[in-house]
Design a protein around this ligand. Sequence first.
Ligand code: BES
Ligand code: ZN
Length: 612
Amino acid sequence: MRHLIAPALVVVAAAACAAAAARPAPAPAAAPILPEAKDSSSYARPAEARVTHVSLDLTADFAARRLSGTATLDLSAAPDAREIVLDTKGLAVRSVADERGRPLPFAFGADDPALGAPLAVRLNGARRLRIAYQSAADAEALQWLAPEQTAGKRRPFLFSQGQPILNRSWIPTQDSPGIRQTWDARVVVPEPLTAVMSGARLTPRGEKAGPGRRAFRFRMDKPVAPYLIALAVGDLAFRELGPRTGVYAEPATIAAAAAELVDTEKMVAAAERLYGPYRWGRYDMIVLPPAFPYGGMENPTLTFLTPTFIAGDRSLVGLVAHELSHSWSGNLVTNAVWADSWLNEGVTSYFENRIMEALYGPGRAAQEAALSWADLESAFAELGRDSPGTRLHDPSGADSSGIVYDKGATFLRTIERTVGRARFDSWLRSYFDRHAFQPMTSERFLADLRSTLVGGDRDLERKLQLDRWVFEPGLPDNAARPDPNAFARVDSALAAFRGGGTASKVPYAGWTTAERLRFLNGLPRDLPQPRLAELDRALGLTGRNAETLFAWLQLALANRYEPAVPAAERFLLSQGRTKFVAPIFKTLMAEGDWANRSHGASTPRRARPITA
Ligand code: BES
Ligand code: ZN
């Protein structure tokens, strides 16, 4: 049962569209709410009453897979505001009280499978609420891992993932990216585990909190979107990388993680030289157990990373440049609604490539930009050029093909090439400064561009096609194309192989990871077994690099190339990154039960635990 106490008063919590009649609340200086940005993914009605600060005091129960404790919310509300509406999902609320401990009436509205349930609290004049609650054992933001699912295999692990609308399953607050909040937290965990969060870590070693338990305290004193509150608990080691950078990981992973991340301090410096000060204090990272479903997540001061970026040669650190860039585009200037996620992901993908260029040179950056262009072409091929899903501003918010990343980056590259790099860079830098710690919409982005960069230049306005880029499907004809020579040597090797040349002539060993990916993804999708065997032998395709391994497995499995099955099985059992796992299962499904039969397995194969 979710509602532990029958509410004394039934407040009808209207759904997300009822704010119209409300009197505007005095806008807090630090974090305005944009009136034009109505968030259809939140029940909150911030014009009436809004959360400005969240203070958590939570205990992690690994056996019950629950966080329980209190959330104390500071509010800003119109003088006559009667209630505040929060977002919740599966939370069991025991009580709500004001600052003096007087109970406040509360009620849940109808539960929606995606949005959860609104929690309306009668304010009775209160401007601070204390909510006693616990999360559900299947809270969507929380992944509780058994010891076997970690790299070390001895201790359990917990991590949270808030983006886009999952944090309401462990924090009762207004879960909308346009409603920024400061926060602090105290988290009690069983010894010898360490808790880390996406804010200043006030007690690195923790404090004794009763028998067998330690408490860790954190603080974020800058207003952030609530999806950026994140927690990880596990057996963690820490390695310093530079004066303000470091990495956490399980002891089994820490050395490889630190070696892969040696350039992080330089990346932060390069990012600052490009687009202004890093405003979050430290930039640390945590390499999570391999079950982490994403490549990375830009949690402020503490990027979360998959271990699958560890290739041994730093060839996949574009991921780190990406998450670091979100410290500007995403965490500093934030999409007010998820329909504008291109403002986070597209601007970040452009920024990422600029960091890669600054650190590793224009050749590598040009190759990575060309791969992104190829991804964009495949997305168009898959969705159709006229499909509404190819718009940057996408009201469905359901980008499944990376459009907001690749088309967004191409949009910025197009503006850069049209106005010149120096002029574009100074605009983008000033954009981050002028909108720091504020929400952003497509309309505001374009208005800002027009008033500060285009400045009434009619010819430039016509050339840029700004509205087409943001609101129309497809690709405007002014799109900045990638360097046609970025992959010159790969493209000629591909042509030779297609023309019947042998795989042993392909100089694969001397290529960069981007070149190898270009080659593997450029091979004909239909290949006869002997040709696959030739490639397999000549190129040594089951090495340590997850990206090239994935590209090879996709090709091999689609062609039912049996010798690739054991490697595919190891790969699927060793990591949980959706980008790799989902397409491979799709390919296997499309091929029927072939992969199982090829093992001659008449009895079911015993599942092995996930390993690093
Ligand atoms: N913010 C995203 C991750 C995300 C997106 C989480 C949408 C939930 C919903 C993160 O910055 C990201 O884009 N990660 C990419 C890596 C990047 C190099 C393209 C990933 O996880 O693959
Ligand atoms: Zn991103």
